[in-house]
Design a protein around this ligand. Structure first.
Ligand SMILES: O=C(O)c1ccc(O)c(O)c1
Ligand SMILES: [Mg+2]
Length: 628
């Protein structure tokens, strides 16, 4: 399978776009006319440059407002086509994308359009070129691939074929299975784009909000399954018009695109039995059974602050690493590693970010397979020198320089705790924390799609709808990713300004990372009491918050008093009840959360987040000070 991407999908000037596309591993590009015109260089040189980078020009696009015009506009459209054929020959590509006409004078009529395409096919054939016809979702007369196919069918010319674009089909809610009735050899090209489900004008939605397959809500897998079922064997090309991507890093967007495309086609290959796709072989998504450990890079007084906080939460010092300055703290199934090394990766992470989560260990079904899939999808393997008696645990770089380790039950990797850590130092302190409920990672809003793509292509996780969280100083977008059984949950929080709590953390810690860890308890009141006895200071919630709870929910007065006493927040959904409280912020805005899910509450207390943030900001911003 040849992978391709339209130059319009990537930011930068033409050479910058090409370099990023080639480096990400694509086989070809659709050259967008505007990107060529904006470039100062002749078409032969551009074609040579593209080929020198190992890329093929899969097509030239778009050619607009061609079919169904009355004279004299019709003749002019053919002249225009001849000029673009000249250009294509100089560039070195044989296929042009003609998108359905939006011209106010276009007459419509399937046979008129078919005649125009038959004539254009004749002219193209003389030069060994081919013409592909794409229905734009907002085309004047043709806005449905089924009508475009009827035109191509009636044009009945070997050099005229159909171009499919998932956006146009799926945005109009056209059943992608209608593609299964089109002969594969008459499909000349396939473009792929996803998009978030937003109700808006189709043209505006298409030109500004498309995203990589898997990043949005459209049924792109069903679309591609239908395409491969026809026997289509040509390039699969990303065509992503997106405002954020236009301003983003060419390298990251191109890498994300390649990852998204390969992961999607791998899904298609697994789901569509007849698919004969030549793709890198990789294991399926890793299933994650939970967080094996979270490692903090820290030093000196910062390390003491963190460990004191852990002790007040009931964690016990459970061992010291045989060779490195690592302390293991445990409670229930939770493992926290405090890393005080003065050289190596964690030490650098501390220098760069201050106290920070530098490493996350995941319990997967097969650690070697998880590593293999991640690397097949472009993730970088991570390795540090292994000392005597240490276990080599598979790892990759996550985003923003972080590290993810993969542990499993079958290859002895989980022995690392007994093999590498010795001597319980403090007696058990248990306050009833059982496991990690979720990890909350903070990043810039622009980086959220990259992160969700990373997690959902590597691991068997679903994303839930994005929610808006109101901070007194701006909006933060929050999106949860979780396994079907809830054993592994991550929330991504995207900051748009540095003035929000999340944005401040992002600026202060120089990069995206874990801002809070939520621990689960089965009895949050007992846990709160046990932690209070150890000197834990919860984040204080306002009286106004509890007055509102009384109004919103039907809570017994004693229960409400109990919540208020413990500074515990309350939420409920159709499935159950959620109880949560927070630590005070430490180390530039990190914090811990304690939660209890009663029955099967599925959310994260989003309704409470604005009040939690306001309370944190009261602590971080001295009283009476205006905001800076
Ligand atoms: O937005 C457009 O005009 C446009 C142009 C070419 C395409 O292939 C497309 O899908 C959309
Ligand atoms: Mg298109």
């Amino acid at each position: 399978m040849k992978t391709s991407i339209a130059t319009v999908s990537i930011s930068g000037n033409l050479p910058e776009k090409l370099a990023a596309i080639a480096a990400a591993g694509f086989d070809g590009i659709e050259i967008f006319e505007q990107d060529f015109i904006a470039h100062d260089g002749n078409p032969r040189d551009v074609g040579d440059l593209i080929r020198a980078m190992g890329l093929q020009i899969t097509l030239f696009q778009p050619f607009r407002d061609f079919e169904g015009l009355p004279a004299p506009l019709r003749a002019k459209a053919f002249d225009r086509a001849e000029r673009k054929f000249d250009l294509m020959q100089e560039l070195g590509t044989d296929l042009v994308l003609v998108c359905s006409s939006c011209h106010p004078a276009a007459l419509g009529g399937i046979d008129r359009a078919a005649d125009d395409f038959a004539a254009l096919g004749e002219r193209a054939a003389k030069r060994g070129l081919r013409v592909g016809y794409e229905a734009l979702a907002w085309g004047r007369h043709v806005n449905d691939h089924r009508d475009a196919w009827e035109i191509v069918r009636r044009a009945d010319h070997a050099n005229v074929g159909l171009i499919l674009d998932s956006f146009h089909t799926l945005a109009r809610k056209i059943d992608p299975d209608t593609i299964r009735r089109i002969p594969g050899d008459k499909i000349f090209f396939v473009q792929l784009a996803d998009a978030p489900q937003i109700d808006m004008d189709l043209l505006y939605w298409s030109r500004h909000f498309r995203n990589m397959p898997g990043e949005g809500d459209l049924a792109v897998t069903d679309f591609m399954r239908a395409v491969v079922a026809t026997g289509y064997a040509g390039p699969v090309s990303l065509e992503i018009f997106n405002d954020q991507f236009r301003g983003g890093s060419p390298k990251t967007i191109a890498q994300d695109g390649h990852r998204a495309l390969i992961a999607l086609m791998d899904d298609v290959k697994r789901q569509e039995p007849v698919a004969r796709l030549d793709l890198p072989v990789m294991p399926s998504r890793a299933s994650v059974a939970g967080v094996a450990f979270v490692e903090f890079a820290t030093k000196g007084d910062d390390a003491t602050t963190l460990e004191t906080l852990l002790a007040t939460m009931g964690f016990a010092r459970a061992g010291q690493h045989i060779a490195k300055k690592l302390t293991l703290w445990t409670q229930g199934d939770i493992r926290i590693v405090v890393n005080r090394e003065t050289t190596g990766y964690a030490s650098n992470a501390y220098t760069m970010h201050g106290t920070t989560v530098c490493d996350i260990g995941l319990d997967v079904d097969d650690a070697a397979a998880a590593l293999a899939r991640a690397t097949a999808l472009g993730a970088q393997p991570f390795a540090q020198p292994i000392g005597p008696g240490e276990i080599d645990i598979p790892a990759i770089r996550g985003l923003s320089g972080s590290v993810l380790h993969f542990l499993d039950q079958t290859s002895g990797l989980n022995d690392v705790w007994s093999v590498e850590f010795k001597g319980a130092v403090t007696p058990p302190q248990n306050a009833g924390l059982l496991r990690i409920d979720h990890l909350a990672q903070t990043m810039s809003y622009d980086a959220m799609l990259s992160w969700s793509l990373f997690y959902t292509t590597l691991f068997d996780m679903q994303k839930s709808p994005m929610v808006d969280v109101v901070d007194p100083d701006g909006l933060v977008r929050s999106q949860a990713l979780e396994t079907a059984d809830g054993a592994f949950r991550i929330t991504l929080n995207g900051a748009e300004t540095h003035r929000t709590m999340a944005g401040h953390f992002l600026a202060d810690s120089f990069g995206a990372s874990v801002q809070h860890i939520a621990f689960a308890s089965d009895d949050i009141f007992a846990t709160a009491d046990a932690m209070a006895q150890r000197g834990f200071q919860p984040l204080a919630m306002s009286d106004n918050y509890y007055a509102d709870l009384t109004a919103r929910f039907d809570l017994a007065p004693e229960f409400l008093a109990q919540l208020k006493r413990g500074n515990i927040l309350y939420d409920e959904d159709a499935q159950g009840v959620f109880l949560q409280f927070y630590s005070q912020p430490y180390a530039g805005g990190m914090f811990f959360e304690i939660v209890q899910r009663r029955n099967t509450y599925t959310g994260y207390g989003a309704a409470n987040a604005p009040f939690r943030i306001a309370a944190q900001k009261r602590l971080m911003r001295p009283k009476g000070m205006p905001k800076s």
